[in-house]
Design a protein around this ligand. Structure first.
Ligand SMILES: Cc1ncc(COP(=O)(O)O)c(C=O)c1O
Length: 363
């Protein structure tokens, strides 16, 4: 496999993947498991694919120490589809869903959730420009709330929950798309976790969900069969053709995560990488970060130059140096460096050096 040298990719997702994983994936395109044809050509009913599904499910369980009373399921349609499928599967028609609004993606989840039932914003930081995570003690929770939806890492705004919130008996539903498998998680705090895999695990379109069993089995009658969580679990994720190659990539990424030492090791590594960039941002007034230090994301470092005119120049010069995809999300603007699990230290060092020199030249 060859590719243009000297490019570091800071995209927010789809995002950088380890070259060794890409090489393993490439090999499966010639011949998968000695079958004489590739995984792309293999039947999903084959024993080999069933074994892959089982193995990948077990890998997710092992990586996050998922307790027995939770099911792991693979879903299609991307994380955004879950904004609708969560209420269809888990929210009785007259019940109320709570939402914590901390940025672009939680706002999207709320907007879509409103189409399916009563929704209540239990806390929002919209007023302060999504610069923090509201403390659980500030959330307007009450017993009429059936579940509470959060987005622990706001990909577009660079805000990350400092830990797993404790909501007592109210099931927490978390869109962990941009932090899944980047840190250990106290799964017991959640009723359901879901994550699109295009950040830390590679493929687009695939979602991994971890669902507490007692919440299942209440899907509304109009829930499409292929998106019914309980039916998918009952039929071993094979109601229709699953995202086979995407699941294979996730399997390879889970192997890689284990080889790196697991999520604890990756977590420390991710913190160190993000601190390298935040330190430069905080050194003086040339750059700024709109998020309070305690709630800054270790996955998506969102920042800007105080002089807005410098931003386009920053992007142009960075690109010319091989530092790609540093523009902020279209709704948030500014600059963003995404530092998912697979981001090499060399990329972070190159960005840090570029930022320091850019400031010297233009500050
Ligand atoms: C936190 C979060 N949720 C949801 C999505 C949407 O994911 P998808 O494009 O898979 O629907 C994204 C995409 O960036 C995201 O970062």
């Amino acid at each position: 496999m060859s590719r243009k040298e000297g490019v570091y990719n800071f995209a927010a997702g789809p995002a950088a993947l380890p070259p060794e994983v890409l090489a393993r994936a490439q090999a499966s395109l010639a011949d998968w498991q000695g079958l004489g044809y590739s995984l792309l050509e293999a039947p999903f009913t084959s024993d080999e694919f069933k074994a892959l599904l089982d193995t990948t499910r077990l890998q997710v369980r092992a990586a996050l120490a998922v307790p027995d009373r939770y099911q792991v399921v693979f879903l299609q349609g991307g994380a955004s589809a879950q904004f609708s499928l969560v209420p269809l599967n888990l929210l009785p028609p007259t019940a109320m869903a709570g939402y914590v609004e901390t940025g672009h993606w939680s706002a999207r989840a709320l907007e879509e959730g409103r189409r399916y039932g009563r929704s209540h914003v239990v806390a929002s930081t919209r007023g302060s420009g999504f610069d923090r995570v509201p403390a659980v003690s500030e959330w307007a929770l009450n017993e009429s709330i059936h579940y509470c939806h959060i987005t622990p890492n706001e990909t577009a705004n660079g805000v990350q929950f400092p830990g797993d919130p404790d909501c007592g008996d109210i099931p927490l539903i978390a869109d962990m798309t941009s932090e899944f498998l980047s840190r250990p998680v106290d799964i017991e705090r959640y009723g359901m976790i879901y994550a699109g895999t295009q950040k830390n695990l590679g493929p687009t379109g695939l979602v991994i969900a971890i669902i507490r069993e007692d919440l299942l089995g209440q899907a509304r009658p109009e829930t499409p069969t292929v998106f019914n969580y309980q039916l998918l679990i009952d039929r071993q994720n094979r109601i229709n053709t699953p995202l086979m190659f995407a699941i294979y990539l996730v399997h390879l990424m889970l192997d890689w995560i284990e080889e790196q030492g697991g999520v604890e090791t990756l977590h420390s590594h991710n913190i160190a990488q993000s601190q390298t960039i935040y330190r430069i941002i905080d050194e003086d007034d040339f750059f700024y970060c709109p998020v309070i230090p305690e709630h800054r994301s270790i996955m998506n470092v969102c920042f800007g130059t105080r002089d807005e005119n410098q931003q386009q120049r920053f992007l142009g010069e960075a690109d010319a140096m091989g530092l790609a995809n540093l523009a902020g999300h279209s709704h948030a603007g500014g600059l963003r460096a995404s530092l998912y699990n697979a981001q090499p230290d060399a990329a972070v060092a190159a960005l840090a050096s570029f930022m320091t020199h850019f400031r010297q030249r233009h500050g």
